[in-house]
Design a protein around this ligand. Structure first.
Ligand SMILES: [Ca+2]
Ligand SMILES: [Ca+2]
Length: 313
C-alpha cells in the first residue's frame, strides 16, 4: 500500500462527493438525519440496524488488579459477563469460531478482554500501525458523538489504531478545531464507508499517526503460534485504556464514568482462514451485532455498554 500526499490509500474503494458541509448549530439535526437515513437504508434492505436489535452490556468495576499479560485468569475476568458470540457482520449468522469480549473498568482504565477460539493461531505483522486486517485479528471501536476510535490487534500483539473524526464537525467553534485534529501534514485516511457501503454522514478523517496514550495491551496464545501441524485452542487479548485518552469521545460524560453512563462500543474479529484451515476467498467479518453491511465503521450498530459502579457480581 503506497502513501500519497500524506494520505494512505484504503483497502476499499472510496466514493467521492459524499461529504456534507458541516455546521455546529445543525449538528443535532444532522445526527438525527444520519441516524434516520441509516435506519431507512437498513430497513430497505431488511437489515436490523436499528437500536432495538442491538446488544446491551453491563460493564462492572474490577475488585482487584488486572495484570495486562494477555491471560484472562483474574477472577474478575472469570466472572465478568461475556458478550454473545460474534456473528457475521452482514447476515448475523453464526460464525464458525467462537469469539467473545468482556469489558471491565476501574478508576484509571477501561479494560477489554477477548476470547477467540482458533485451531491454528497465526500472525505475521509486527510493525505498529501496519495493516493488521491482513492478519486474523480482533478489533474494537469506541464511539463518541462526532468521532470514534478504532483498534486492531493480532496474535503477535501488534496494534493498529486510528482516531476518526467526522468531517462535518470541522466548523467554527468545534472542539475538533485544534491542532491535534488538523489533518494538514498528518498521516491520515479519508473514508466514507467500507465494502461499498457509504455512511449517510459522509466522510471522516482517520488519524493513523495518533496512538492511544498510555495504552497497555498483551495477547496469550493457547497453543502454538504459526505452527500448523497441531491443533490450538485459541488466543486471548487483554487491553487497558487510560480514561484520560477517551476525553475526545466523552461528550460531557465523566471520566471515569458515572454509574449508569452508556457508551457505544463494538468488538469484532476478521478471519482469513476457514474451519478447514484454508484461506477463504472473502475475509470473514464477525461483530458483536449484525451491521447489515461489510462495514465495521457504523457507530449506530455498536453495542450499548452501561457502566456500573458495582464490582463484578
Ligand atoms: Ca491478565
Ligand atoms: Ca495509530
Amino acid at each position: 500500500m503506497t502513501a500519497t500526499s500524506g494520505e494512505l490509500e484504503l483497502r476499499v474503494k472510496l466514493r467521492a462527493g459524499n461529504a456534507r458541509p458541516g455546521c455546529c448549530t445543525l449538528l443535532a439535526i444532522t445526527m438525527l438525519a444520519a441516524t434516520a437515513n441509516a435506519q431507512r437504508a437498513a430497513t430497505s434492505k431488511g437489515e436490523p440496524a436499528h437500536a432495538a436489535n442491538l446488544a446491551h452490556y453491563t460493564s462492572y468495576r474490577t475488585s482487584g488488579p488486572i495484570v495486562i499479560d494477555g491471560k484472562l485468569d483474574e477472577s474478575d475476568w472469570q466472572k465478568a459477563p461475556r458478550s454473545q458470540a460474534f456473528v457475521d457482520i452482514v447476515t448475523g449468522q453464526p460464525a464458525w469460531f467462537d469469539s467473545r469480549v468482556s469489558i471491565l473498568w476501574d478508576e484509571k482504565y477501561l479494560y477489554f478482554g477477548f476470547r477467540a477460539q482458533e485451531p491454528d493461531v497465526q500472525a505475521k505483522l509486527t510493525a505498529h500501525d501496519s495493516q493488521i486486517w491482513e492478519d486474523n485479528d480482533l478489533e474494537l471501536f469506541i464511539a463518541g458523538r462526532d468521532a470514534y476510535y478504532e483498534l486492531e490487534i493480532n496474535a503477535l500483539n501488534t496494534v493498529y489504531d486510528v482516531f476518526w473524526v467526522w468531517q462535518d464537525i470541522y466548523c467554527p467553534g468545534s472542539p475538533y478545531n485544534v491542532p491535534e485534529w488538523n489533518p494538514k501534514g498528518r498521516k491520515i485516511m479519508v473514508l466514507d464507508g467500507v465494502g461499498g457501503h457509504v455512511h449517510p454522514r459522509g466522510k471522516r478523517n482517520g488519524f493513523i499517526d495518533w496512538d492511544f496514550p498510555g495504552l497497555l495491551h498483551a495477547v496469550h496464545v493457547d497453543g502454538t503460534l504459526n505452527h500448523h501441524g497441531d491443533t490450538d485452542r485459541g488466543w486471548t487479548a487483554e487491553l487497558a485504556f487510560p480514561w484520560e485518552g477517551l476525553k475526545w469521545l466523552a461528550d460531557g460524560r465523566a471520566l471515569p464514568p458515572k454509574d449508569g453512563d452508556v457508551w457505544r462500543i463494538d468488538s469484532s474479529r476478521f478471519q482469513h482462514f476457514g474451519p478447514d484451515g484454508k484461506l477463504v476467498e472473502n475475509c470473514a467479518g464477525w461483530t458483536w451485532n449484525r451491521h447489515g453491511y461489510y462495514d465495521s465503521h457504523i457507530p449506530e450498530t455498536f453495542t450499548f455498554v452501561r457502566f456500573s459502579r458495582q464490582s463484578v457480581p
